[in-house]
Design a protein around this ligand. Structure first.
Ligand code: VAH
Length: 317
C-alpha cells in the first residue's frame, strides 16, 4: 500500500486524489499533522501523523502494510525563513526517518520532492542545467539541497529506491496558497475573482519556473512508475513547465476579466525569488523517463478561473 505523508499540503492534496484514482482508495493512506478537506477525509483511510516522529511513521507503515511512501511534508520557502531551525528539523529529519525505513527494508520505494529552490544566486539563471553550481541562500533551499545529497547517498550506499523531482512553482485551485514564494501565482487568480485587482509581492519582470499542478502530478506518477534502471539521477530531476513573470499573468487574466488590474508591492519574498532561476532545462527527465509538460499559461488561466468561479459562487450562496 501507499502512504502519503503531508497529504493536506498543496501537492499532497492532489497527489492523494490521483493515487486513489489509480490504485484504489483503500490502497492509499493519507496522513498529515492535521485533518484535511472533506474530499480527502471522505475518500479513503486517513491518519494523523507528525512527520518528525519516526516511531509513529513506522507504526503506520506496519499497520497498513505500506510499501511506497510519498513524503510531501515540508515547510516552504517564505515560512522557513521565519522559522529556520524548525524548517530544518521538519524538512530533514522526516526524510531521514523515511530513508532509514527503506534502508532497513521496511518499505520498498520512496518519493521525495525537491525544488528549484536548490539553486542559488550563483547558478546560471536561464535553462538552468541538471548539474550546475548550487549555493542556495534560503533555509528551504539548503534543506532541499541536503535532502538531495542524502537521497543519492542512500541509493549508492544501501540501494534505497528513492526518486525525486525539483518542482517549479506549482499552481492549483484545490488548496489555498500556503507559505511559498511562488504563491503569488495562485493568489492572483483568487483576487482577480474576488477583488478584480491584485497587488503582487513579486515585482514586474520576476521570471520563475512554474507549472500547473496536473503536470506536476503526472510527472510524479511517471517517475515512480519508471523502471528502476531508467531513473539514472538519484539526487533529483529538473522539471520544467513554463517560465513567466507577474505581468504575463495579468495579460492572460485580462483575456477573461478585461478590467483586471495588477500592481506591485515587493516584500521579503522578492529577495528569495531573485536567487532562483528564470527557467530550467529538464532534458534529463525527458530522456530518462519520458517526461513532457502539457499545460501552458492561457490554458492554466482558463482552468483556474473556471474552477475558482464555481468555488466562489458556492461560497457566496
Ligand atoms: C515555494 N512553492 O515557493 C514553493 C517552491 C519553487 C518554489 O519550492 O517555496
Amino acid at each position: 500500500n501507499i502512504l502519503i505523508i503531508g497529504a493536506c499540503g498543496q501537492i499532497g492534496t492532489e497527489l492523494t486524489v490521483a493515487l486513489r484514482d489509480r490504485y484504489g482508495k483503500d490502497a492509499v493512506i493519507a496522513s498529515d499533522i492535521r485533518e484535511g478537506n472533506e474530499e480527502l477525509m471522505q475518500a479513503g483511510p486517513f491518519e494523523i501523523l507528525d512527520a518528525t516522529d519516526s516511531a509513529a511513521i513506522e507504526k503506520i507503515v506496519e499497520k497498513h502494510q505500506i510499501t511506497d511512501v510519498y513524503l510531501m511534508a515540508a515547510m516552504l520557502s517564505a515560512v522557513a525563513e521565519k522559522h529556520p531551525l524548525k524548517a530544518w528539523d521538519l524538512n530533514m529529519n522526516s526524510l531521514l526517518h523515511v530513508l532509514n525505513l527503506a534502508r532497513d527494508k521496511k518499505i520498498e520505494k520512496v518519493f521525495w520532492p525537491s525544488s528549484i529552490a536548490v539553486f542559488g544566486p550563483t547558478t546560471p539563471k536561464d535553462h538552468t542545467p541538471q548539474r550546475t553550481i548550487m549555493e542556495p541562500t534560503t533555509v528551504y533551499g539548503i534543506s532541499k539541497q541536503a535532502g538531495e545529497r542524502w537521497c543519492e547517498y542512500y541509493f549508492n550506499k544501501y540501494g534505497v529506491d528513492v526518486r525525486s523531482i525539483r518542482y517549479p512553482g506549482l499552481i492549483s485551485y484545490k488548496t489555498l496558497p500556503g507559505g511559498g514564494t511562488t504563491d503569488y501565482a495562485v493568489d492572483i487568480y483568487h483576487k482577480a475573482l474576488t477583488d478584480g485587482q491584485y497587488t503582487s509581492f513579486l515585482d514586474q519582470g520576476t521570471y520563475l519556473p512554474m507549472m500547473y499542478m496536473d503536470d506536476a502530478i503526472h510527472a510524479t506518477i511517471s517517475i515512480m512508475d519508471a523502471d528502476r534502471e531508467a531513473v539514472k539521477i538519484r539526487s533529483s530531476y529538473n522539471l520544467s513547465g513554463m517560465s513567466f513573470a507577474p505581468e504575463d499573468m495579468e495579460v492572460s487574466i485580462q483575456k477573461h476579466i478585461p478590467d483586471f488590474k495588477l500592481d506591485y508591492n515587493p516584500d521579503f519574498r522578492q529577495d528569495i525569488a531573485d536567487t532562483w532561476p528564470n527557467s530550467v532545462d529538464d532534458s534529463a527527465a525527458q530522456e530518462d523517463w519520458g517526461w513532457s509538460s502539457k499545460i501552458a499559461l492561457d490554458e492554466m488561466t482558463e482552468i483556474m478561473l473556471t474552477n475558482l468561479k464555481s468555488y466562489y459562487k458556492k461560497e457566496s450562496l
